[in-house]
Design a protein around this ligand. Sequence first.
Ligand SMILES: C[S@@+](CC[C@H](N)C(=O)[O-])C[C@H]1O[C@@H](n2cnc3c(N)ncnc32)[C@H](O)[C@@H]1O
Length: 190
Amino acid sequence: MTTQSAAVTTLLALVLTAPLASPTVVAQRPTSLAPYVPTPQDVVDRMLELAGVTKDDVVYDLGCGDGRIVITAARRFGARGVGIDFDPERIAEANANAKRAGVQDLVTFIEQDAMLADVSDATVVTLYLLPSSNVKLRPILTRQLRPGARIVSHAFRMGDWEPDETDRFEDERGNSRTIYLWRADGTVRP
Ligand SMILES: C[S@@+](CC[C@H](N)C(=O)[O-])C[C@H]1O[C@@H](n2cnc3c(N)ncnc32)[C@H](O)[C@@H]1O
């Protein structure tokens, strides 16, 4: 083989094997379940009251934004909390807010796609997402949550699953608000 044809053979071998040797990994960006719109503080308080949160609860907020729901649950009731958001800026804010509120030992914030969250140790799950996102989460939540766990959603229902309680009220700025509560009962709802 001439030097030139050997070089061509080597190059060809490199081109043919390159995709196998270093496969391109395309990171899957999580699908957004809702834009960032924080729940006003008085509505947060009402959500936690509807859920009847106590110090024995573990409160998960899926799409936690600046962490206000789990931070309030820790500050007011001594509950433990986990906030999950796919936006690293929100997670940084939430950690700073927890520190400022002095509840960093009670709460954890995780940068993650909420669709991949493990909520099996939650006793309360809070949501302020979109109606279609609640429906996507419904089978995951009803499969993972233990009977008696509560789900509280600001503004949106979970498809045709009838809520156990509905609270309609005017918030401090005169806007009408609705929050819904469901109790997990061991039935998986697709
Ligand atoms: C309407 S805000 C609610 C924030 C907070 N729960 C509250 O009530 O104040 C929705 C949040 O969900 C987050 N989010 C959207 N899609 C998500 C996903 N796939 N996984 C995790 N977080 C997500 C957004 O970054 C945003 O912070």
